[in-house]
Design a protein around this ligand. Structure first.
Ligand code: ADP
Ligand code: MG
Length: 347
């Protein structure tokens, strides 16, 4: 391979999504079985009556998790769940996973067994089969890469690109909790470093700690939508934060949005903990990420079918692209919605 050594571009100048776009922009699909390649929560393949969806996520020690406060069993569970979440975000049912791990010599057999116990627990709960993978050594910690395979009827698949003007923007569950759980864990880690004799103060924080350490994929939401015969026009899972996911739907659907701050569902414990950390709860929901809720749009005509259901909240509506992407604040002013980075969260 020929590398041009004269130019050197920092990866940070592109950002994660810029890098993915850059790497995938010239990929040409060669097989008629490949219905949709990169750019959504999962790829879509056609091998007959049903479509297959495939998605991969990688978790790297020191980047995505910190083993000083994440138990290996929880890590195994979460690493499977985050992949299943992408399958549900296509409105498909996950069926199989493969697991590739790179492990360093600091891990014992017992430690890897714990990791697998968590993975298999998630497989059991979500009824998926672990059908293969790869195992290799690593010089610097643990790397887990999981691929999930799911199926759906062709007409049931929901892409990020189908949102239409006047559609309602909805989200399941509540947001910002996983981020606040992480703040608690980071704080207690810092306290422990200062004084190893102090016990961590995690009391009363169970809900947000669980949101961070043991998230769930939204299988029930997919089933509920099917039951009430509502097919979203666009859907994505909330892995990077509400604002970022809304931007993906808007960009891929060529639409704008009005998001109402007062409608964003935030659990009281998340709210209270954000205040404790001197953080704006709304910003935590917008930029926090890792909630693994489903964000979707539905035709306004379906409003009557969902309005009494506690499982999701209407948080805004889709507008013409020219109107832009706006957050209507609690005081009624309209501000441009931004996929804010982590730095923006501190007051
Ligand atoms: P998610 O947060 O839903 O897991 P990502 O933002 O990681 O999605 O990825 C968005 C899209 O880009 C997906 O279709 C994914 O398959 C694709 N993608 C991500 N990284 C790469 C890569 N290195 N090479 C090819 N495609 C990639
Ligand atoms: Mg996703």
């Amino acid at each position: 391979m020929d590398f041009d050594n004269t130019t050197r571009t920092d990866l940070s100048s592109l950002g994660e999504f810029g890098l993915i776009n850059h790497l995938t922009q010239h990929i040409e699909i060669k097989n008629p079985e490949t219905i949709y390649g990169t750019g959504d929560d999962a790829a879509v393949l056609n091998f007959g009556d049903n479509h297959t969806v495939v998605t991969t996520d990688m978790l790297v020690e020191g980047v995505h998790f910190d083993l000083s406060y994440v138990p290996l069993k929880h890590l195994g569970y979460k690493s499977v769940v985050v992949n299943l979440s992408d399958v549900y975000a296509m409105n498909a049912q996950p069926k199989q996973i493969t697991v590739a791990i790179a492990i360093s010599s600091k891990f014992s057999l017992e430690a890897v067994e714990e990791l697998y116990a968590g993975m298999l627990m998630a497989c059991k709960k979500y009824e998926v089969d672990l059908v293969g993978g790869d195992t290799t050594s690593s010089t610097s910690g643990l790397i887990i890469s999981i691929t999930a395979i799911g199926v759906a009827k062709k007409e049931d698949i929901v892409y990020r690109s189908g949102a239409k003007e006047t559609d309602l923007l909805c989200v399941s569950g509540d947001l910002g909790g996983a981020y606040m759980g992480l703040q608690i864990l980071e704080r207690e880690k810092a306290v422990f470093k200062e004084n190893p004799n102090l016990q961590p103060d995690l009391e009363g924080k169970d809900y947000i700690l669980e949101r961070q350490l043991k998230p769930e994929a939204q299988r029930e939401i997919i089933h509920l939508l099917e039951q009430i015969k509502v097919k979203p026009t666009a859907m994505i899972d909330v892995s990077d934060g509400l604002a970022s996911e809304i931007m993906h739907i808007c960009k891929q659907s060529n639409v704008g949005v009005e998001l109402y701050e007062e409608k964003i569902p935030i659990d009281p414990l998340t709210y209270e903990t954000a205040r404790e950390f001197n953080l704006d709860p709304t910003l935590c929901a917008l930029s926090g990420g890792e909630d693994y809720e489903l964000l979707f749009t539905i035709p306004i005509g379906d409003y009557d079918k969902i309005k009494h259901l506690p499982d999701f909240t209407v948080i805004g509506h889709i507008t013409n692209e020219a109107k832009g992407k706006n957050l209507i604040t609690k005081s009624g002013t309209s501000v441009e919605l931004k996929a804010q980075g982590w730095d923006g969260l501190k007051h």
